[in-house]
Design a protein around this ligand. Structure first.
Ligand code: PEP
Ligand code: MN
Length: 449
């Protein structure tokens, strides 16, 4: 039997429509958009409210230092790349990193993809000009296509429906991979042995060897339980397009409250976190665990106001702050935020995004990041938390499971000339498979020290 929505819930879910909302597409046709909304609202939810509640509990544990979050995936997923191989390689990379981090921190790692819905992007400019031609900027596959023609760049609301179906197919495969034998810990460990066998990564052999001994010890004890064979894996994306998130928001029949069933976890970007804006209002009205990106200009009062609005009842795990300060600034900007929020005694789960504060343009013109800067921001994150006594609860990274060349450095020393070899991202540069594993080993060392 289903429960009626609590009073005011449905009206509240429309409040965002009257609030300022940034980074939304200019849809060419309101009627077509309305039809798409009706269609999306009739389609099944992608996740269930109960799963979102489990994640809230897990993130609450991370906020107390009893677990660690690993959230990773593309800056922008694309429809063309939602293939079995790509999805498998990304899951494999996240699982491999998770094993290393689990060992490093002696903590359960919460595995979460920027996957199955990461199809919309805020852009610094509404338009792009090439050779004297100006067209709307690419805003992610849920809005328009990347090719620089007016047909492709004009926002098309039918793409919201395609984003839903691609997300459903991706999530289906994620669920199959993570429960159907592919994620078996012993197998993931064998992949990591393959990684450290490469002389470029010999310095990680020690940790890999320790994990190997732990695995053999478990095997000798006859340990063989479900937790070795399957993993929990959660889906997340930036809740940017409210024309997509609203129709996928459903009333939970158990409680009469609203959940955004497009993903387990939704976050608000650095550019849409205005306290009186549409995005904060909308996510304040759903029960999923939510995140907010906090850049270097964030004040402690901004953070406290977001806590009041997004987590007024102080539910542990409901609110995650994903800080993205930049390697050069984190040591000065993060501690004051941590101090004031910690002094409030209220629960927040703190996660480090070491990518978005460290984007540069290389001499040859590629949008890139330096592996060393990314790592230095993670180091600054741990230092800041240690100095204040708060809990560093996780890592949020842009990565792919493939051998792309988008981020400078790492043990294979990708240099400016090397970027051109396989630069495939449509938006931000991602750590490749090897750089991702290397990061996991380095962060594991940091957690242990
Ligand atoms: C992103 O996560 O791709 C992004 C746009 O980040 P931010 O909101 O932190 O700039
Ligand atoms: Mn990005």
């Amino acid at each position: 039997m289903s429960t009626a929505p609590e009073p005011g819930v449905l009206a509240g879910l429309e409040a965002w429509r009257d609030l300022p909302r940034r980074h939304q597409p200019t849809w060419p046709d309101d009627e077509a958009l309305g039809r798409v909304g009706t269609e999306l609202a009739s389609l099944p939810p992608l996740v269930f409210a109960g799963e979102a509640d489990v994640l809230t509990a897990r993130l609450g544990a991370a906020g107390r230092g009893e677990a660690f979050l690993l959230q990773g995936g593309d800056c922008a997923e694309t429809f063309a790349e939602a293939t079995a191989d790509n999805i498998r390689n990304k899951i494999k990379t996240i699982l491999q990193m998770a094993v290393v981090l689990t060992y490093g921190g002696s903590l359960p790692v919460i595995k979460m993809g920027r996957m199955a819905g990461q199809y919309a992007k805020p852009r610094s400019s509404d338009e792009e000009t090439r050779d004297g031609v100006t067209l709307p900027a690419y805003r992610g596959d849920a809005v328009n296509a990347y090719d620089f023609t007016s047909d492709c760049r004009v926002p098309d609301p039918r793409r919201l429906v395609e984003a839903y179906h691609r997300s459903a197919a991706t999530l289906n495969l994620i669920r199959a991979f993570t429960t159907g034998g592919f994620a078996d810990l012993r197998r993931v460990h064998e992949w990591n042995r393959g990684f450290t066998a490469n002389p470029a990564y010999a310095r990680y052999e020690e940790v890999a060897g320790e994990i190997d001994r732990a695995m053999r010890f478990m095997a000798a004890c006859g340990a063989d339980f479900d937790a070795l064979r399957t993993v929990e894996f959660f889906a997340s994306h930036e809740a940017l397009l409210l024309d997509y998130e609203r129709p996928l928001t459903r009333i939970d029949s158990r409680t009469g409250t609203a959940y955004d069933c497009s993903a387990h976890f939704l976050w608000i970007g650095e550019r849409t976190r205005q306290i009186d804006g549409a995005h904060v209002d909308f996510l304040s009205r759903v029960r999923n665990p939510v995140g907010v990106k906090l850049g270097p200009t964030t004040t402690a009062d901004d953070a406290l106001a977001l806590m009041d609005k997004l987590n007024p009842n102080d539910v542990p795990g409901r609110l995650t702050f994903i800080t993205r300060m930049g390697a050069g600034r984190i040591r000065e900007t993060l501690p004051p935020l941590l101090e004031k929020v910690t002094a409030s005694g209220r629960p927040v789960t703190w996660v480090c995004d070491p990518m978005h504060g460290n984007t540069i343009t290389s001499a040859s013109g590629f949008k890139t990041r330096r592996f060393d800067d990314v790592l230095d921001e993670v180091r600054g994150f741990f230092e800041a938390h240690r100095s204040v006594g708060s809990v560093p609860a996780g890592l949020h990274v842009e990565l792919t499971g493939d051998d792309v060349t988008e981020v400078l450095g790492g043990s294979e020393a990708i240099d400016d000339d090397g970027l051109a070899r396989r630069y495939e991202t449509l938006v931000d540069p991602r750590l490749n498979h090897q750089q991702s594993l290397e990061m996991a080993f380095l962060v594991a060392e940091m957690i242990r020290s």
